[in-house]
Design a protein around this ligand. Structure first.
Ligand code: NAP
Length: 298
């Protein structure tokens, strides 16, 4: 017998989940019961857009074996409370087994769903942007899961049913995990945007984001083949104090936030370079570039 899933919310994630349940793998026995939105008209528009998808009444949604709260992160707890109130008013449910609640907020734990006390809770977080994924499956991408051990099997086979590869982490620090995700995704965007602006400025507009992206792609390709300290290239890895001094002189007229960012990266690059074999004496010469104010080029 299949187990039913109610998706709460009618946004990007809800659309992906509906499409993934429709087109996903044979794994798991989850079937879409329907979606629940705050506004029946908007939910009907959603159902029309994404294809066959029943619009649920709240009293039907709360009786699904799996509730997926696909709402903004800070709305998960209030949403769980509203549904828990309704559940209590409806009286005991006949699930014929365990009932589950999942959400996809990377920086939050399962405890934000604690109001739904009859359900075991877990987090199923896609560590990638859903924009452009459309109504399809997760395409074999990794979904990071954690939470109540009683929800592990459900999270794993629900994720597989949606075409994902679930990586269950026993003991995850969600806030630090999500900070890392944000750094790798959004931080990279900010960094490449800055590099593009320096390229534009250096070249009178001939160079820009395309060149920055080309450099980033080659670094990412190298990283795919080895650890960062083994594949690092560039002036810090080569111990080129003269090059670093030239960089610092060129950046002296830039906004402070930009020079501070360049300086803040140095200890991380230095550490990688030393682990990759940069002799301590050469690392010390680089340190001096950052300690002493950049002078005129000799
Ligand atoms: N988008 C991504 O790339 C991505 C990636 C990883 C994780 N996630 C996670 O996925 C979850 C959903 O994100 P999303 O991108 O699908 O967001 P979204 O596109 O903004 O959709 C959220 C939906 O929640 C409902 N909602 C909005 N405000 C609400 C409120 N105040 N109270 C209750 N419901 C409300 C809305 O549906 P109704 O108006 O029909 O109620 C809305 O369509 C979040 O936890 C997010 O962190 C998203």
């Amino acid at each position: 017998m299949s187990r039913d899933v109610a998706i709460v919310g009618t946004g990007t994630l809800a659309e992906v989940l509906v499409g993934a349940l429709r087109e996903g793998g044979d794994e798991g026995d989850w079937e879409l019961l329907g979606v629940l939105g705050r506004d029946p008209g908007r939910a009907a528009d959603f159902a029309a857009r994404v294809g066959p998808c029943p619009v649920l009444r709240p009293e039907d949604a709360v009786r699904a074996t799996l509730l997926f709260l696909a709402v903004p992160d800070d709305r998960i707890a209030p949403c769980a409370e509203t549904l828990a109130d309704l559940d209590r008013r409806l009286g005991p449910a006949a699930f014929g087994g365990e009932a589950f609640v999942l959400h996809a907020a990377g920086s939050r734990g399962p405890e934000v769903c604690r109001a739904l006390e009859g359900r075991v809770a877990a987090v199923l977080h896609p560590p990638f942007s859903l924009a452009g994924l459309g109504g399809g499956t997760f395409g074999g991408r990794t979904l990071v899961a954690h939470g109540d051990p009683g929800a592990r099997a459900a999270a794993e086979d629900f994720g597989a049913r949606c075409g994902g590869r679930v990586l269950w982490v026993e003991d995850l620090d969600p806030a630090l995990y999500h900070a890392a995700c944000a750094l790798a995704a959004n931080g990279l965007s900010a960094l490449l945007d800055l590099a593009a602006r320096w390229l534009e400025c250096a070249s009178g507009g001939s160079l820009g984001l395309e060149t920055a992206l080309g450099l980033a792609r080659s670094s990412i390709r190298a990283l795919e083949g080895g650890e960062a300290h083994r594949v690092l290239t560039g002036p810090v890895r080569r111990g080129e104090a003269g090059t670093i001094s030239r960089h610092l002189r060129a950046l002296a007229g830039r906004p402070r936030v930009e020079t501070e960012f360049y300086r803040a990266l140095f200890p991380l690059l230095r550490d990688l370079a030393v682990r990759g074999g940069l002799p301590p004496s050469e690392a010390a010469a680089l340190d001096r570039c950052f300690r002493d104010p950049p002078g005129e080029e000799g």
